[in-house]
Design a protein around this ligand. Structure first.
Ligand SMILES: [Zn+2]
Length: 129
């Protein structure tokens, strides 16, 4: 299901939104706080500039609210509905989830954001691959 050429692929892997050939991020280790949001300037395969304009990625903050809520709801449902914990424990589960997945949420939000503006181009992908 996770195929190259779909927006989901780029969003979940953090790969270049245009050619899907390489990661936008300098490090795979998103749990190193100094590397979480370190991105390459451009894609070395297709030359796409990720930061379309200065402070482009500020917009990703709005996405991260939504993504954070999605994670919270998921944590709540798993804890309260499936594990039948108390409300208090369920809220602790939400906070723990948000803290634990913060780097993921931050990256996924950027990936979603950049995929709003840039589209996969199979021609670019093929030529360079
Ligand atoms: Zn590329």
């Amino acid at each position: 299901m996770l195929k190259k050429g779909t927006k989901l692929y780029s969003i979940l892997t953090g790969s270049c939104p245009k050619c899907h050939s390489e990661s936008m991020y300098k490090s795979k280790n998103l749990y190193d706080p100094s590397m979480t949001l370190k991105m390459n300037e451009t894609c070395s395969h297709c030359g796409t500039k990720y930061k379309i304009e200065p402070s482009f990625f500020y917009g990703a903050m709005y996405i991260s609210y939504g993504v954070g809520i999605a994670f919270s709801v998921a944590a709540f449902v798993i804890s309260y509905v499936f594990l039948k914990t108390s409300l208090k424990i369920s809220f602790i589960a939400i906070i723990a989830t948000l803290v634990f997945f913060m780097p993921v949420i931050m990256r996924v939000s950027r990936n979603i954001w950049v995929n709003f503006f840039l589209k996969y181009d199979p021609k670019i992908s093929k030529k360079q691959a």
